[in-house]
Design a binder for this molecule. Structure first.
Ligand code: GLN
Length: 192
């Protein structure tokens, strides 16, 4: 299994470390040809406007849209914004996931927080459910899911923080900054 991590801005190194811990081969993706032969792609957290502008400069937007038609892609935080069809302002988006997002929905950097989430998809039916400790850093909220997307997890107040559409995943939070490998394992199961 070979998983690419978009490596033009943001915390791609942490995703690569997590994937290698799980035994996946990894590729840093900076150009369209780096997508060749990959089973899936992760788009890291960072700054979605910067990732978008650089993706345009490197000719990546259309190749990423094509890749997502047949392959697994997971966007964390800025990556989730980049996957969305609508971020309610004008910035380059891949725009392949049926979600609308609100950027910086919790406020500024100092308003970053952690929370325990219930994520049924991560818990095998045979085991008691264990909460997922999620880290939110100037995070977006997934305002709505429509079309083919569905909700994977919400905060206790009902706001959506993870969504799935077939092999596409979007999370407001950062599993790559924890020691819990379950979300990366879940993504590998989608890419397989
Ligand atoms: N606030 C950033 C954005 O809007 C996302 C932050 C993050 O990826 N941790 O792109």
């Amino acid at each position: 299994m070979r998983i690419g991590v978009l490596a033009i801005q943001g915390d791609f190194a942490e995703h690569i470390a997590m994937l290698e811990r799980l035994g996946a081969e990894t590729t840093e993706v900076r150009l369209p040809r780096h997508l060749d032969g990959l089973d899936g792609l992760i788009i890291p957290g960072g700054e979605s406007t910067t990732i978008g502008k650089l993706a345009v400069d490197f000719g990546l937007l259309d190749p990423l849209r094509e890749f997502g038609k047949t392959h697994a892609i997971w966007g964390t935080c800025a990556g989730a914004i980049f996957l969305s069809k609508d971020a309610r302002r004008s910035q380059p988006l891949i725009g392949i996931m049926d979600i609308t997002v609100e950027r910086n929905a919790f406020g500024r950097q100092v308003d970053s927080f952690e929370a325990d989430l219930e994520i049924a998809a991560l818990n095998p039916a045979t085991q008691p459910s264990a909460p997922y400790h999620a880290i939110f850093i100037r995070a977006p909220i997934i305002e709505s899911v429509f079309g083919a997307a569905s909700v994977l997890s919400t905060l206790p107040d009902g706001r959506i923080v993870a969504a799935q559409q077939g092999k596409l995943l979007a999370t407001s939070f950062h599993p790559e900054l924890t020691q819990d490998t379950r979300f990366h394992q879940y993504f590998l199961s989608l890419a397989r």
